[in-house]
Design a protein around this ligand. Sequence first.
Ligand code: ATP
Ligand code: MG
Length: 464
Amino acid sequence: MIPKRIEMPVQVEEILGKLREHGYEAFAVGGCVRDAILGRIPGDWDITTSAHPEEVKQVFGHTIDTGLQHGTVTVMRDHIGYEITTYRIDGEYEDGRHPKEVVFTAELREDLRRRDFTINAMAYSHETGIVDIFGGAEDLAARRIRCVGDAGERFTEDALRILRAVRFSAQLGFSIEKKTWQALCELAPSLVHVSKERVQVELTKTLLSDRPEFIWKTEAAGLAPYISKTFPEVFAAWKKQKSCAKQSLEEKICSKDVPAADKDAIKTETAAQQGHMFVKHECETDMAGEISAAAAHLPAEKALRWSYFLAPAGEETCVRVLRELKMDNDTIDKAKILSRFAFTQMEPEESAVRHAMSAMEDTVFDWLLLLQEVLMPERMDAVEMVRSLARQIRERGDCIRLKTLAVTGKDLIQAGIQPGPALGKTLHLLFEKVLENPAWNEKERLLAEVEVLKQSQNAGTSKA
Ligand code: ATP
Ligand code: MG
C-alpha cells in the first residue's frame, strides 16, 4: 500500500539534490507526501531541510524571503515557487502556517512532531524513502484524521487545527479518530480566538470539497456558536425546514382525501428523493442530524456552495454570516442574490424568466437553477423548463439588461424627460415593458411610449 518511491517533479528532485550536495538533509514534506501516497495530485511541494535560511540562500543564490523569521525561503523554478523551510519547533501559530516564534532544530523528527495530523507529518526523499514516525501511513490506510501526539495539546496550541480536521476529513472522505474528535469537541470554545478570515478559509475549503455536507460536523462537534454569532441559526433553519418537509409528508400520507395508491407513490418518491438529498452520516460521535449530500452535485463555486448552505436561513442571515466571516464582497453579492431567489418558484413562462434573468448575471442565474434543483428536488421538471426558456431567450438575444435597451438616458432627455429621478423611473418603466415583450425593444416604439407616459403624467399633475 505504501509506495517505496514517490514520483516528484524534477524541480523538487533538483532542489533536494542541491541541498544534499551541500551536506544538508532535505525532504519533501507534509501535504505533498500525503497526496502523492493517496494518488492525488499535490497542490504544492513543500521542502524541509536542516539548512538554516541563510544557508539555503547561499546554496541557491536567487531566493525570495517568504518568511525568514519562520525559516521559510522560496526558490523559483519554471515560474513555480518552492518553499524551503528549516526544521523547526513551533510556538503558537498565528496564521495557520506560521507560528509567532520558532526555534530551529537539527532533527527532522522534531519538525514532524510540530505538524497537525499524522497524515500531514510524513517526509520523503528518494534516498531515505518515506519517513513516517507518527503512523501517518497507517492512518492514511485506515482513512482517518489523527493528531500528532496529544490532541488536546495540539488544538490548544492552535485552535485552527479544529477546523483543519473537519476540512481534511471533507476533502479526503476520512473519519476523525475518536480522541481527536473528543478533543476538538471539548476545545470548541477556543475557536473564538482564531481570526474570522482563517475560519472562513477552512469552511470554504470544506464546502468546496467533494463532501460539502461535512460542514455538518461543525454542528455535531458543537463548534457552530464559536464560528460566528449567527452561524448556529443556519443549522436551526435546516432542521426546521427538514421537520416541515417531514410533517407535510405525514399529513399527505395520513390524509383521508389522498387515495391509497397515491400515498404509496408519495412514499416511494420521497424515499428516492431523500436518498439523494440526505445521507445518514456514520459520524464519529452522536451526530444526530441527517445531512444533505446533494450539494456535492453543485459546481465547486464559492458563492454557490455557500448559498446552498446558507439559503434555508434566508437572505439576511446569509449575508450576516458571510460578513461575520469576512468573506469578499463579490462572493457576498452573489450569495445574496442566490439566497434571495433560492426558494422562489419561478413560473416556466418567458416574461417571468426574463425578469428573473434581469436581476442577476448570466452565470449566477445558471447557478440559481442548479441550486433550486438541489434545494427543491420536487421542482426539478419546472426548473428544467425554465432552463430551456432561458436558453431560448439568450439565443434570440432578448433584451434582459438595461444597457441593451433600445433607448438611453440621453434619448429620453432629448424627448423632454427631466434628468434626475424621473429619468430613472421612465427608463425602468420602459425596461419593464421590454421584459414583458421583447418586440418592444425598438427606439421608435419606446419613444412613442415615452409620449404616452408624459401625457398620462401631465393628466395626473393637472388633475392634482
Ligand atoms: P493543502 O492541500 O490544503 O495545501 P497541506 O497539508 O499542504 O494541504 P498546508 O496548509 O499547505 O496544508 O500546510 C502544509 C503543511 O504544514 C501541512 O501538511 C502540515 O504539515 C503543516 N501545517 C499547516 N498548518 C498547520 C497548523 N495549523 N498546525 C500544524 N501544522 C500545520
Ligand atoms: Mg499545501
